[in-house]
Design a protein around this ligand. Structure first.
Ligand code: DAH
Length: 340
């Protein structure tokens, strides 16, 4: 028995030294020290021995067992270390390696591009930018703009109400009130922003879209100033060959009010599908600021007057790039955005 103990020890230790992975280690352990392993069977076989023999055998067997366990632990530590090293090698990243060269560059959203073009055209005419909140008081969105609570023109804009006094602004015009109440005139402002209306989404409607408001406050402003500024701004964005025309219209916050058309950018004014055969495209609303609005905002209309205009930035982008569906401008589909 002693002999076979030594035999097992010798063979198993030789084998142990050749093992290089966890699975083989496990197998080795089970085959010698496991429940039906070779050493375990020997220990079981001791039952038939005399008391003295058993004591002596037990001692040797325990020594062998201890040594095998110890050598196993040693080998396991080595194998673990080796396997970790291999993994590190395999997963290593060379941080000094140069990047792939064809990294796709991001680009500006067409709305942002068009907004910046409009803004730059206006900044070139002495405008500065101004900002207001998207969540707005009913008072600023309507009442101060000459649209009291019972005014029928409130229905022109389907409003998201947060509560009786607070709305999602339906246009950028409430920023006019904020500017008039806080800034020292004279000033010229370009006021961009998202606006909100209760609208079913379709090719030409979106419950959120982007407007830009222009506001010029000074002394002795005439409709001619408005016409000149708006025409120059349209020419700066769409090109000098584009013609403009002003049609009388109605907005509560301006008097007189006008809607502005520009000659169709697709057919040049001959008439086509986009301009529905008229040769003209409606582009913005404008007017001489209603004295009531100035008064409501603390300015004396005898001393100061103003003109204003409001343009849909997405509408400008649609016309400029021939985008027939407004949804494309708000869906952020990379295939669409890549084209700009
Ligand atoms: N606020 C108007 C709208 O959303 C657009 C507008 C028209 C703005 C005339 C103006 C203006 O400043 O003078 O439909």
């Amino acid at each position: 028995m002693i002999h076979s103990l030594e035999e097992i020890k010798k063979n198993m230790l030789i084998k142990l030294d050749t093992i290089e992975n966890g699975a083989e280690l496990e197998e080795w352990y089970v085959s010698v020290l496991g429940r039906s392993g070779s050493l375990t069977s020997i220990l079981r076989g001791m039952a038939g021995l005399s008391k003295e023999e058993r004591a002596a055998m037990g001692k040797s067997a325990n020594l062998v067992k201890q040594e095998l366990e110890a050598r196993f632990a040693e080998r396991k530590a080595k194998v673990d270390e080796y396997m970790q090293e291999m993994r590190f090698k395999k997963e290593a990243i060379d941080v000094t390696e140069p990047g792939k060269r064809d990294v796709p560059l991001g680009r500006l959203h067409p709305l942002t591009q068009v907004y910046r073009e409009i803004r730059d055209a206006l900044v070139g005419m002495g405008f500065t930018t101004f900002d207001g909140p998207e969540i707005e008081y009913d008072d600023y969105n309507f009442t101060k703009l000459n649209l009291p609570k019972d005014h029928p023109a409130r229905d022109m804009q389907d409003t998201f109400y947060i509560n009786e006094n607070v709305v999602l602004r339906t246009h950028t015009t409430p920023c006019e009130a904020r500017a008039l109440m806080t800034l020292e005139p004279p000033f010229r402002l370009a006021i961009p922003g998202r606006v909100f209306r209760v609208d079913e989404v379709d090719a030409s409607h979106s419950p959120v879209f982007m407007q830009l408001e222009g506001l010029v406050v000074d002394k002795n402003i005439s409709f001619g100033d408005l016409k000149g500024t708006v025409s120059a701004f349209i020419n700066a964005v769409f090109g000098s060959e584009v013609k403009t025309r002003f049609r009388p219209s109605y907005f509560p916050f301006t008097e007189p009010s006008a809607e502005v058309d520009m000659s169709c950018t697709i057919c040049g004014g001959k008439g086509c599908r986009v301009c529905k055969g008229t040769g003209w495209l409606e582009i913005l609303g404008c007017g001489i600021t209603n004295p009531h609005e100035l008064e409501n905002c603390g300015l004396d209309p005898k001393e100061w007057n103003a003109f204003a205009f409001g343009v849909g930035v997405d509408r400008v982008a649609s016309l400029k790039y021939g985008i027939s569906d407004i949804r494309l401008q708000y869906e952020n589909d990379a295939r669409f955005l890549k084209q700009f």
